[in-house]
Structures are given as C-alpha cells and as structure tokens.
Design a binder for this molecule. Structure first.
Ligand code: GTB
Length: 217
C-alpha cells in the first residue's frame, strides 16, 4: 500500500527542507518505500477533511489504507517499526534508538523552536536582545550536552537510526545561526547525515514540490 503524506502547498521555508514533512520523506527514502504527497494550503489545513487527519490542522499526516497518522515523530516511528533499516533488531538497542527519537523531539527541539519563533516574531520587541540571549543559552546548553555524548562517534548509538534522523532534522532548524558549527563534531554529524542518499532524495523532492507550489504548477 503506497502511503500518502501531506505537506505544505508552498512551504514558508522556500524549499530549505525545514518543514516537518521532510523528516517523514527522509525516513521513507531511507527505507526505500515509495510514497505520494498531497499538498495542502494553509486554509485547507483548517478545514474538516484535513482536521479529520490532523486534529491540530497541521502537516505532515500519513495515510495508508485505513491507517491515518499525524505527528511526524509517530509517523517516523511507525515506518521504522514496519520496515527494516532505521531501528536495530536487538530489543535493547532498539529502545535506545527510540529514546533518541524522543530526546530529539522533546528535549532538543523545543528550545530550538522557541528560539526560531523569537527570531521570526519578536524581533521588534524592546526586550528582544535580552530574550534572544537567554534562548541562545538554552540551545547552546543542549548542543554542548549532545556534543559531549556524541564524542567522536559517527552516530548517537551504533549505526544510523531513526534517532539520528530526527536529531539531525532538529539540528538543521538552527540553519545559518552558526550554533551547530560551534561544535565541529556536531557539524560533521549533520554533514554526514545530510550526505546520505536518502536525505538527498527527500530534500530534492521537497524542493521540487516547493517550486511547483511557488509557480502555481
Ligand atoms: N508536533 C507536530 C509534528 O511533529 O508533526 C508539529 C507539526 C507542525 O508544526 N506542522 C507545521 C504546520 O502544519 C509545519 S512544520 N504549521 C501550520 C499550522 O500550524 O497552522 C513547522 C515549520 C513550519 C515552517 C518552517 N519554516 O518556514 O522554516 C519550519 C517548520
């Protein structure tokens, strides 16, 4: 059964691959699973047909027959459980990889998102510089802790896993802030992950989708 994802009709990131459909596309590419994408507009996201798939009116969603999922982390976990390649077979190692998935989404992503929101929406506030300093410190703390754990290892725990896929997806949201580059081992970790053919295919697909949406094709 070929699944269908939803993604922005025209992503506000202009095809930089920062929207959360990218992590699901990347997982599907790593797993060698074909998929279709249904683009949705901001208006359509808030209409009943999409709200039936995503109660919060967001992308991405995943549909395969009767299975309808929302939450990018849950979708990646579902795919990684279903097809071999993104979770180790050994039960303990598998649970550690799943723990890294949660760490990426629950411990590392929130301060990064909070910082991104401030940069986007709070720039004009008189307290912006002070707030940004505090938010930077929170992100920097997480990056230092992550770098300490990664050390010189290529991946977080053994081979590349869904934990790495989500962690790198989250780190990419720091974009050109230079915060990841301040840790050469983390920068190399991100470069290693994004050089993977699965990432490259997913990135190209979302960029092409953005360009189609932008050109109204
Ligand atoms: N926890 C959910 C998940 O992981 O699936 C969060 C999903 C989510 O935030 N979806 C966003 C969305 O649908 C798109 S990815 N937003 C529309 C809305 O809520 O009305 C977040 C995102 C958006 C834009 C950029 N960007 O421009 O760089 C990056 C990430």
């Amino acid at each position: 059964m070929r699944p269908t994802l939803t993604a922005f009709e025209c992503s506000p990131d202009r095809g930089q691959g920062l929207a959360r459909d990218m992590r699901v596309r990347w997982a599907l590419e790593e797993l060698g699973q074909p998929y279709d994408v249904r683009p949705v507009s901001f208006a359509a996201m808030k209409q009943p047909p999409h709200l039936a798939r995503s109660p919060f009116g967001q992308i991405p969603t995943y549909e395969a027959g009767d299975q309808v999922l929302f939450e990018s982390g849950a979708i990646v976990l579902h795919l990684a459980e279903r097809y071999p390649g993104l979770l180790p077979a050994d039960a303990d190692a598998r649970m550690r990889a799943i723990t890294w998935m949660f760490a990426a989404l629950n411990t590392v992503e929130p301060p990064i998102v909070e910082r991104s929101m401030a940069v986007l929406f709070e720039r004009d506030q008189p307290w912006y510089a002070q707030r940004l300093e505090a938010l930077d410190a929170r992100v920097q703390q997480r990056l230092a802790q992550l770098a300490a754990r990664l050390g010189d290892d290529p991946w977080l725990d053994g081979g590349f896993s869904a934990g790495d896929l989500l962690m790198v997806s989250v780190l990419l949201r720091l974009g050109s802030s230079g915060m990841v580059d301040a840790h050469p081992t983390l920068a190399a970790y991100v470069a290693r992950a994004t050089a993977r053919p699965g990432y490259q295919r997913a990135f190209a697909a979302q960029l092409a989708a953005y360009e189609r949406g932008r050109d109204g094709a």
